[in-house]
Design a protein around this ligand. Structure first.
Ligand code: SDX
Length: 370
């Protein structure tokens, strides 16, 4: 039996949802290049594509959009819980708990995707309520007449966003929707493989995504740029960080051995959003970190990943930095549930082994003799 730490290069299932070319830095959802989807598609259409395996007709998309929009409101209990915890709780802990509450409240026998639609529609409302509560701002009720991303920014800002801001969030969320068998998707599958429920699966996914090696890296990457303060400090900061054995957050990937294609697209948006002095300076710093980081780490196949620029984009759009992993989760819930749905069609309980290296046959010693 072979030990494969981190299950590196081990396939857990076949999939037709997402393909990653780690050498060439390419990503495909249901066979469509992420670059095409980022240029021509939108959040609702890509969510439909991932869940149902095909691009919707106009009629199917309109139906789907209203199904999502109708599910945006949250219960009194969830709203009270969020208001009570928003000022001190870790947003991913609040999200994990409120998704668990959704599971308790959802008595429907609905299909898995139906429940996934509910979670996808409600998570932005929860994220907005966390931020508005912290800022002592009134809760903004979701507006069913707006698209998913437009409504998300509306609930965060309390006013209608510009079409260009809506587009930036829409594409950023699309880029985060799925990534094949990442750690949080695997966590969802382990739970689903015991035939537990989809809410429990998503709670496991949120729990895994929270970690700084995974979805927590986006706020860590921005924190780096803020700590550096000016572009002239970058070289010294990066050298100190790497020589002390620490990791450059937003760099490196288990599969990509070149620039993450999502980072390329997010970099363009970060540049587009670099209007005010602070964002412009942070973007310049990020660019320098990218350049120096690649110079040092590139030869080992360590390049910027999706989290390197995403934090800068979310920050420029007005989200609090510690909310970034929840924004990641608000999109990844689609990939998590699509993979669970696919896996359950040919389910097998996920139960690997361990190689025993301890003692055997030891004699029990009564406590008086120890
Ligand atoms: C995401 O899996 C997915 O698809 C994830 C994701 C998705 O969409 O779901 O793409 C989202 O999580 C992106 C990754 C975000 N995390 C970070 O940015 C945190 C920093 N990155 C690393 O910790 C690391 O690159 C990982 C965790 C992302 C990947 O690590 P691996 O594949 O397990 O590789 P490893 O930790 O064993 O590192 C191999 C070597 C080590 O050096 P040695 O011990 O062999 O000398 O590469 C070095 C590491 O020290 N290394 C880094 C580094 N990443 C790896 N050195 C410095 N800086 C880094 N960022």
């Amino acid at each position: 039996m072979e030990l494969r730490k981190g299950l590196e290069d081990i396939a857990i299932k076949e999939t037709s949802i997402t393909y990653i070319d780690g050498e060439l830095g390419r990503l495909y959802y249901r066979g469509y290049s992420i670059f095409d989807l980022a240029s021509f598609s939108n959040f609702e259409e890509v969510a439909y594509l991932l869940w149902y395996g095909k691009l919707p007709t106009r009629h199917e998309l309109d139906d789907f959009k209203s199904r999502l929009a109708e599910e945006r409101s949250i219960s009194e209990d969830i709203s009270t819980f969020v208001k009570r915890t928003a000022k001190f709780g870790n947003p991913m802990d609040i999200l994990r708990t409120t998704v668990s509450m959704m599971g308790l409240e959802d008595r429907s026998e609905g299909d898995l995707i139906g429940k996934a639609i509910k979670m996808t529609a409600k998570i932005p409302t929860i994220i907005s309520l966390i931020q508005r509560t912290r800022r002592n701002q009134e809760f903004v009720e979701p507006d069913p007449s707006l698209s998913h991303s437009e409504n998300f920014l509306y609930m965060i800002r309390g006013e209608r966003p510009s079409p260009s801001d809506t587009r930036v969030l829409d594409v950023s969320l699309m880029l985060h929707m799925d990534h094949e068998m990442n750690a949080s998707t695997m966590a969802c599958l382990v739970v689903a493989s015991t035939l537990s429920d989809i809410y429990s699966s998503v709670v496991a996914g949120i729990s895994a995504l929270k970690g700084p090696l995974h979805g927590g890296a986006n706020s860590e990457a921005l924190k780096q740029f803020m700590e550096i303060e000016t572009p002239d400090n970058v070289e010294k900061y990066v050298m100190n960080k790497l020589s002390s054995g620490q990791r450059l957050m937003g760099f490196g990937h288990r599969i990509y051995k070149t620039m993450d294609p999502r980072a390329k697209i997010l970099k363009e948006y970060a540049n587009q959003l670099s209007k005010n002095e602070e964002i412009k300076r942070l973007f310049e710093i990020a660019n320098r970190v990218e350049e120096i980081g690649i110079k040092i780490l590139g030869k080992r196949g360590i390049y910027p990943n999706v989290d390197f620029y995403s934090g800068l984009v979310f920050y420029a759009m007005g989200f609090d930095p510690d909310l970034f992993p929840t924004i990641f989760a608000s999109a990844r819930v689609i990939g998590w549930t699509a993979h669970v749905d696919e896996y359950l069609k040919d389910n097998k309980l996920i139960r690997p082994k361990a190689i025993y290296v301890g003692d055997l046959g030891k004699r029990y010693v009564p406590i008086e003799e120890r």
